[in-house]
Design a protein around this ligand. Sequence first.
Ligand code: GLN
Length: 451
Amino acid sequence: DHFLASIRKLDGEINSFVTVTEDQARAGARAADALLATDNAPSLCGLPLGIKDLFCTNGVRTTASSNILRNFVPPYESTVTSNLLADGAIFLGKMNLDEFAMGSTNMTSAFGPVTNPWRRKNSDVKLVPGGSSGGSAAAVAAGLALGTTGTDTGGSIRQPAAFCGITGIKPTYGRCSRFGTIAFASSLDQAGPMARTMEDCAILLESMAGFDPKDSTSVDRPVPRYEDALERGVKGLKVGIPREYRPDTLPADIAALWDQGIAWLRDAGAEIVDVSLPHTKYGLPTYYIVALAEASSNLARYDGVRFGERVDAGTLDELYEATRHAGFGEEVRRRILMGTYVLSSGYYDAYYLRAQKVRTLIQRDFLNAFEKVDVLLTPTAPSAAFAHSERPTDPVQIYLNDIFTVPASMAGVPALSLPAGLDHDGLPLGLQLIGRYFEEETLFAAGRVME
Ligand code: GLN
């Protein structure tokens, strides 16, 4: 009742939900009540969550915030949401996102932009929540759900978490199954939790993660009890500070908060080490080749024939063209065109293949750094949340917002963002912790020290 009433009261303005599943939530709450009276209540029994509208939910409309899936009702459940349901979670509804998870502002959604619940001091100007998991982040920040699921391809959990003052973790690639999650860039997409605290994220990740034979890139390793790592502390932990993440243009507030984070970890017993990740500057350009190439291939399935919306037209080619023109927004169309271009014969070697090679160099940067240190600390994003009206019209300017999050995605290593402080306008800023493959526990332990 509390969460549904809050959604009714506040979400008209925030717009974080694409669909509210009130009847199912109430039925879930009644079932949870009954279970809680027994000794068999599962770990997430009765906890109300929001699900990014990129996870297929059986019988519940799943749109990817795109017109092309506006009325798509999946006949099956994603593995991640099945895991949460099996542990007793209740779903309040489906969260708004950038169309097909492409963006950093949540302004490319076919269901309208999301508004960040935070405001600058002495200002009513509405701000973006970040993206693409903008609805998931804004809902947690506004108290409309206890936690939400997100997906992160190049920063889509971490950057909106930072913009909205919450915690979010992108686990190691392969930790959570991608089965039933609508694909953007398959070699990068990874699901993760978004919540208020490190502890909430640890509890949710434990439920979401795990091997799934239905996803060939899911990894068969036992899921630790992440909660147990929370109080481990950082004594003796080596924390690397990558010098390439401190460009001259880094805003003073962000640099100061980063120094504060370093001090917190040092005071708690960590050893701070300067490290270099020399290929960092290639992260963004290679990401925007690899991700777009994969997107152009993944989105070929929306042809108006098998599922999704259809615009009837004369020939089959005309049907494809009319359907895809009406169904996809501008940013998605731009990415399909660029992705198709870099994969086309004659350009494949120059762009796609080259980007794959540079991706390996970026990965090696992390492997080398992790021979010297256990974890890396950086800012999450190069700015705080900005106003909808300040969103740059040049797409490359928007892509630059991913500069600190994309390298960990390219390498597949786990990374989290925690709310670390406020800027001079009173807006939240995030710090990012990046760890070795499958060492999410170290991230939770170090993150907890800075909470
Ligand atoms: N902002 C990045 C992009 O637009 C990342 C998106 C994501 O992680 N899904 O591609």
